[in-house]
Design a protein around this ligand. Structure first.
Ligand code: FES
Length: 179
């Protein structure tokens, strides 16, 4: 039975063979941040400090290759077959939160057009993964495809559309980007 250690936690948590880190820890009432639980959003990132995991398929938008090489894995996609040690990341990794308003939702190419109301995006933010959250909009996972001044165009990821209502013009949302 594989064992999971968490840095800065004296206890050791058992997992079933092939269980994901997220679900194994949840059985022990250890809650890691998570959202889609399908490898689509990147909310559940942890750092693998020791041991190896087998990773189920995930969207590279949720875990970019340059982040993966630092030993970061998705807890909802990382299955354990032998002992590992992880480090929690949420709260340690800086995040940027930008205020925005929905201008238009184009269901054809799944594009969401937003007007930034607070914060700035740089040209280097194009192609980055972002979470779009709003009281009416729910939580959407998207990729920034264009920034023109305060206008932002995002392409939504399909998995993010399952449990949300359609974004409506005027909805107030926040964009969350990794720092
Ligand atoms: S919870 Fe979304 S990628 Fe793991």
């Amino acid at each position: 039975m594989p064992l999971i250690r968490i840095e800065d936690d004296a206890r050791i948590y058992s997992a079933e063979d092939g269980e994901t880190v997220l679900l194994a820890l949840r059985r022990h009432r250890i809650t890691l941040p998570s959202s889609c639980e399908a490898g689509e959003c990147g909310t559940c990132k942890v750092q693998l400090l020791a041991g190896e995991v087998h990773e189920l398929d995930y969207d590279p938008w949720a875990l970019e290759p340059e982040v993966r090489v630092r030993g970061i894995v998705l807890a909802c996609r990382a299955t354990v077959w032998s002992d590992i040690e992880i480090r929690r990341l949420r709260g340690l990794e800086p995040q940027r939160v930008l205020g925005a308003r929905v201008l238009e939702w184009d269901a054809g190419p799944l594009q969401l057009h937003l007007a930034l109301e607070a914060g700035e995006l740089a040209p280097g933010d194009v192609e980055r993964s972002v979470t779009v959250e709003g009281a009416q909009t729910g939580c959407l996972y998207a990729r920034i495809v264009a920034v023109d001044g305060r206008h932002v165009c995002c392409v939504l990821q399909l998995a993010g559309l399952v449990s949300v209502t359609r974004p409506q013009p005027g909805d107030v949302v926040v964009l969350r980007l990794p720092g």
